[in-house]
Structure formats: structure tokens, C-alpha cells
Ligand binder design. Sequence first.
Ligand SMILES: *Cc1c(COP(=O)(O)O)cnc(C)c1O
Length: 465
Amino acid sequence: MAAMGGRAHEFRKIPSVDQLLNDLGEAELARPLIAELARALTRELRQTGEVAAYPEILARLRSQVDGLSRSRLQPVVNATGICLHTNLGRAPLAEPAVRKLAEVAGGYCNLEYDPVQGSRSRRGGYAELCLKILTGGQAVIVVNNCAAALLLILHQTVREGKPEAVIARGDLVQIGGGFRIPDILRASGAVMREVGTTNRTTLADYRNALNPQTGMILRIHRSNFYMEGFVEIPVLKELAGLGAEFAVPVVFDQGSGAMLPPAGRPPQQEETTPPQALADGVQLTCFSGDKLFGGPQAGIVIGDAERISALRHNPLYRALRPDKLTLAALETTVETYLNTAKNHAPELPALTALGADVSPLQERGRQIMARVPTDALPIELEDTLVETGGGTMPRTKIPSVALAVATERETPAELARFCRLSQPPVVGYVAKKRFYLDLRTVFPDQDPILIDRLTALASWVAAKT
Ligand SMILES: *Cc1c(COP(=O)(O)O)cnc(C)c1O
């Protein structure tokens, strides 16, 4: 009884939701969200029976509200050096695309309407025409992302009664979090016909697997890893030849959307561009809009007109088609390509960041350091190597420049957290017991934010000593 009495006593200390909401005062989040947090908190107190002092409970709620409000979509400063960071939204859009998005988003638009004829038109028609001209494909269809493109292509082959996709074992890859090629094959209803071994697949392996059920030969670009050593796989041209011989289409999931010849990209990467894949004779190739293509999230399929038309008539397309915002950003991005001289890098932020020379980064680093009290906060300008990210160009290490911060008392993780919790969050990385802010991915007009954050960090560190 005494124990129960003690518990009842504890329970009386549990504040009411109303009291918590009152004492919390103004908050940025909608009331029902905060009320739910408060209810969950009081429920937890009741369950554990360990009831802290009231100010502590209120502080806990406040910190939860704060955490939730920071989870809202907001700009962050990317100081990771990774230009296509999937967690940070991959490719940033160029200014004209952002303007077009804003124009289209706030009102009505001609998404499926032809103002000249005053009649219905095809969604995405203009973007697809621009992509056709850019890539040299017979036809183009745009969906929500490259995974959706692959799903649609595979589903269509099942619909046509030829469910088998012949694929090399070395191509059964995992692209990113939760995206595995075998899973997408299964989800589409296609039958995976694996050939070869992890490291070696020959043209004969493909040839021997072909049968009347074969709907396609499928090649997946090994976007995020590479194999070296005793490795063999037929080049696209050879596969296209085999496909032509047996009237089996060859589909190439190109992934990255790299459009530029290697000279326009960081070195070392032999990446087949989508136009090159078509020139090699594949029937369809698909790629992402927001990786090396530098546009919005989208899946772009180019190639054979008849097959693209079949994809458009597949009922799944209705579920995978892009919205007006995607198309607004995409058509503007493709226009940027079309307005750029051949073999030059278009002015798209991701590509500009990827191609930036090191010496201006060093100069910016020096400028920033000159404006930060480095006597209070030890910073060094360090040469670094960064990756492209977004599951692209795994072999390529790009030389870059970072501000490396290390203090005596704080761990680098604490320094990183301080910067993440600023407004806007500044996201760097920890390595070699230092906290790094890499300048390749920080837009030059964001340098004042870094200066401000590092100055605040200097004060914070000084205040603790
Ligand atoms: C990234 C990638 C995908 C997935 O693209 P999303 O646009 O993210 O859906 C598919 N295939 C390859 C080869 C890729 O590199």
C-alpha cells in the first residue's frame, strides 16, 4: 500500500497537458502538434512512474518542440563538400528554374492546356521535346524519378507477355537506401533471369539466356561502386548487337544523367552518357534528373518512339507522372543545357560546384579566416578530397579546400552539433579528430553565414573556458 501511495503521489506531480501548453508560451509549430507532444510526454511519465520536477518536464517538451520544428523542410548550408548529397536534396536548382517554379506554383498554369488551340494538350510535352533535342532520342517520357522509370519499363514488358529481364549478376546492385535492383524487378512483376557471375559475364552468357519469354536485356550502371581485377562485361554496343540479332530490346539504366563528355567533368570516370548509350544501339535508357543532370528529382526515359509510346499508355504511368512543379524546374533546366555551347558545362549549381577550381576556394577560405577570431578558435585551411555523392562517380576524388576546426575541450562532434543547430543549419563533417567545413559546396554568397557561425562558435568555446 505504501508503495502504491508513493506512486499515486508521483502521479499527482504529472502536469496537465493544458498547463504545459500554457507555460510553453508562443511556439512556431501548430497547436495540435505541440498538444500531441505534450500528451505523449505525460503518457510516458505515467508509464515509467518517474516524474521529474516540473521545470524539467517543461524543458523536455520545449526541446521536443524545438527538434520537431527543426525537422521542417528548410535550407541548409552544405559544407560537406559532397555536391550531390542525397540527404541534402541532391542537385540545387539554378535561379531560372527556381523563378519558373515560383511563377507556376502560385497560380493556374497550362500544364495540359494549349493556349493557341484552346484545347487540351499533353502534360510535359515541351519538356520532353527539349529533352529529345538535347539527347537525340526519338522520344522521351518523364516520370517522378529513375526508380519509377525502371519500374514502368519493367512493368511494360510484363504487360506485353514477355516478363523475363536478362541481367548480369554483377548488375544486381543496391543503389541507395532501400533501392535494390532485384526488389524493383520483383515489384514490377518481371522475372529476373540472372546470368554470369558477380565479376564476369560474357556475351555468350546473355545469348544463352534468351528465350521467347525474354522481354529485355537489362544493364544497370554501377553508379556507386566499381570492380577491378578479373572483371568482364560486354560493352553496350555488343549487347545492342545481340539484342538486334534476336529482336530483344536492350535497356540501360544510366542513373546519373551525366550529359557532358569527360572533359567537362572531373577526371577518371568513364561514364556513358545517355545520348552515347542510344548511339551504341540500346532501345531505352533512363536517368535521374537530380544527380549529374543538375535538375529536379525526375526520371527521364529516352529512346525508341514506339516503346516510349507504350510506356505512356501503361496505366502505371498515371501513378508515376510528374507534377507541374517538377516539369517547371525540368523544362527550365533543359533550356539551360540547350542555351549552352556544346561541350561546355551549363550554369547549373551542382555542375558549377563540381567543376570549381581549387584556388578560388583557397582564396575564399583565407578571406573567411581573416574575419573569424582564430585566436579563440583554432582553424586551419586544409586541402581535402571529396566525393561527388548521390551514388555517382565512386572512383572520382575531387580536390577541395576545407576549414578544419579543432579545439582543446570540445569534441569535433560537439563543434559539428553547434553548427547544425544554427539557423540555417550548417552541415560539415568530422574526420581525423577535426570538424571540417568544405568550401566546394558552400555557395560564395553563403560565406558570411560561415563567418557568422564560426564567430559564434568562437564565443561559445571561449565562454566555456
Ligand atoms: C540513382 C540511380 C537510380 C535511382 O534514381 P532515383 O532518381 O533516385 O530514383 C537508379 N539507377 C541507377 C543506376 C542510379 O544511379
